[in-house]
Design a protein around this ligand. Structure first.
Ligand code: HEM
Length: 125
């Protein structure tokens, strides 16, 4: 009887200690929490500064008529030499797109192509 009393007392206090420890344990950190530097202030809304950070041939964003496009994967498909597009990576290319650099607008087909690369809208800085 005494043995039963002792073992149930020990079990009781072990359970209390376990619960105490669980309550004290710090919360598990989130897996890969977004760092403030990486997380965009508002997804899909970019400043000219955000766009300027994507000014490379392999990472090429453009602003065209207030919308933001990631045209990186399109550059090799554009019917001209890539050199025509590259100066506009990371910049506002509205005028260049509107005139093709020679006062003629892109076709409706080109507009449909362009729409597929839209990633967001320009926001004020
Ligand atoms: C932003 C700078 C750009 C410039 C300066 C530019 C310039 C040009 C030029 C010189 C041509 C060939 C000549 C001609 O058709 O008259 C052309 C054709 C074309 N471009 Fe661009 N382009 C630009 C961006 C884009 C983008 C971002 C797209 C689509 C995502 C695009 C789609 C096309 C298409 C489909 C054609 C064939 C002709 C047409 O359908 O209008 N271009 N572009």
């Amino acid at each position: 009887m005494r043995g039963l009393y002792l073992s149930s007392t020990v079990l009781f206090w072990l359970a209390v200690a376990g619960l105490w420890h669980a309550a004290e344990a710090p919360p598990e950190p989130a897996i890969n929490p977004p760092s403030p530097a990486e997380a965009p202030a508002s997804p899909g809304r970019y400043s000219t500064g955000d766009v300027a950070r994507h000014g490379l041939a392999e990472d090429c964003w453009m602003i065209i008529a207030g919308e933001v496009y990631d045209v990186s994967s399109y550059i090799p498909d554009h019917p001209t030499d890539p050199e025509i597009l590259l100066p506009w990576c990371g910049r506002d290319a509205s005028e260049a797109y509107r005139t093709k650099g020679k006062g003629r607008s892109h076709s409706a087909y080109a507009d449909r192509q362009l729409a597929q690369y839209r990633i967001g809208t320009l926001r004020s800085p």
